[in-house]
Design a protein around this ligand. Structure first.
Ligand code: RFL
Ligand code: PHB
Length: 398
């Protein structure tokens, strides 16, 4: 790699230092391939942005292979199941029994990013914060480039052999693919999630997915002393419209059980609202440009799949780039979009089904409400249905 002021040459230019971009840089480093990462925001912003919590077994394995596991293996919480709560009763699903030994881990996306950033700054190629990609040129040539702007207003270019856009849903990478080759598949939902972080030990050992006539609730956690809870709220809700007391009251109502168990309250340290969206952009590649993670697809968070899908994409592109460098063959690079989309659509299906299974639709008829309960009943009382759900939740093969 060579850098002269703002004119940079490298093998792989990566846009975005979310989990996808950071992990890709790490995997390429381990494969002996140079890269440069540019990120629009500053380091603190990237490290504090509250998002995913659940790592599939396959994601945990990849982070271990990438040597980014030291803190994860100390602080991550292995979870052998989740519970469904409806009609005031809790129904546990035990993943290892249902899946032949698979489980998931709670280790927040913020922590994955912190670990990968610190490794990259210590051992990897350049990681430039506050450097915003303005666009990708020559995507369909062997010499693609990324135009960027720094915080001080200066502009520059990364000249690369390949560009991987890991710049999330609002990024610029996708725009470099001619519109006539693209197809977007999208669904928005009439509800959002109000998410809180609270300094209180989790009320239950396992995650609880609760379906209640008042709406969905999810009880998750970040550590033995910090809880992460979510409430279904109408789309367009402002987090400021909910007082702390209202949030606890609502969590208590939606998670009410007949056995007297209750959600424990504590100081709320963060509140935010996340809109729900399903989105897939096809194709995920064009010439020397590859899209990875939220830049190519979004799932509603009910299935806990977004971060795990991003990991699947970057493992696939890193493997294909390594194959190209070692053998000269670009077979795997050309298959990238097709390969990823198979897994992406399985995750889209699962996330959509989980969302519809658990959220209440204000426009649903009483008949549809009854069907929703029947679907839940069927899952918790039918081993094959439980197994199907557990296999999808713990992860599709990479
Ligand atoms: P990210 O994390 O959005 O990172 C993209 C990065 O690109 C930067 N960027 C640019 N940089 C330079 N130039 C530009 N022009 C740029 N435009 C954008 C951005 O600043 C950003 O740093 O995408 P990535 O890496 O693909 O990672 C995807 C995940 O973040 C996302 O899928 C998950 O967080 C989704 N998700 C969950 N996924 C799970 O696997 N398990 C979960 O339990 C889970 N829970 C969740 C979630 C997402 C949530 N929200 C907030 C959407 C829970 C929630 C509430
Ligand atoms: C989280 O802990 O943030 C979390 C867990 C499970 C989900 C979504 C989010 O399905």
């Amino acid at each position: 790699m060579s850098t002269s002021s703002n004119d940079i040459k490298t093998t792989v230019g990566i846009i975005g230092a979310g989990p996808a971009g950071l992990l890709l840089a790490r995997l390429l480093l381990r494969a002996g391939i140079e890269s440069v990462v540019i990120e629009a925001k500053d380091r603190e912003y990237v490290e504090q942005r509250q998002r995913a919590g659940i790592l599939e077994q396959g994601t945990v394995d990849v982070l271990r292979e990438a040597g980014a596991h030291e803190r994860m293996d100390k602080e991550g919480l292995v979870h052998d199941g989740v519970e469904f709560l409806f009609n005031k009763k809790r129904y546990p699903l035990h993943f290892p029994t249902l899946t032949g030994g698979r489980s998931v881990m709670i280790y927040a996306q913020t922590e994955v990013c912190k670990d990968l950033i610190s490794l990259q700054l210590k051992e990897g190629g350049p990681l430039l914060f506050e450097t915003k990609a303005l666009g990708v040129d020559g995507a369909n040539t062997p010499n693609p480039s990324i135009r960027f702007e720094r915080k001080d207003g200066s502009t520059g270019t990364i000249h690369a052999d390949y560009v991987v856009a890991c710049d999330g849903y609002w990024g610029v990478g996708r725009e470099a693919i001619p519109k006539e080759l693209c197809q977007d598949y999208e669904r928005t939902y009439p509800f959002s999630w109000l998410g809180i972080l609270a300094d209180v030990p989790p009320s239950n050992d396992e995650l609880i997915y609760a379906r209640h006539p008042r709406g969905f609730a999810l009880l998750s956690m970040r550590s033995p002393t910090v809880s992460r809870y979510y409430l279904q709220v109408p789309a367009g809700t402002d987090a400021k419209d909910w007082s702390d007391e209202q949030i606890w009251d609502e969590l208590e109502k939606r998670c009410e059980t007949t056995d007297g168990w209750k959600v424990q309250r504590g100081p709320i340290t963060q509140k935010s609202v996340t809109p729900m969206r399903s989105f897939v952009h096809e194709p995920m590649a064009y010439g020397s440009l590859f899209l990875a993670g939220d830049a190519a697809h979004i799932v509603p968070p009910t299935g806990a799949k977004g971060l795990n899908l991003a990991v699947g994409d970057v493992v696939t592109v890193a493997r294909a780039l390594k194959h190209k460098v070692q053998t000269g063959s670009d077979d795997l690079l050309r298959a990238y979009s097709e390969t990823c989309l198979q897994r992406v659509w399985q995750a889209e299906r699962f996330s959509y089904d989980m969302t519809n299974l658990l959220h209440t639709d204000p426009n649903a008829t009483p008949f549809e409400d009854k069907l929703q309960i029947a679907r839940l009943q069927r899952i918790v009382s039918t081993p094959s249905a439980e197994t199907d759900l557990a296999l999808a939740y713990t992860g599709f093969p990479l």
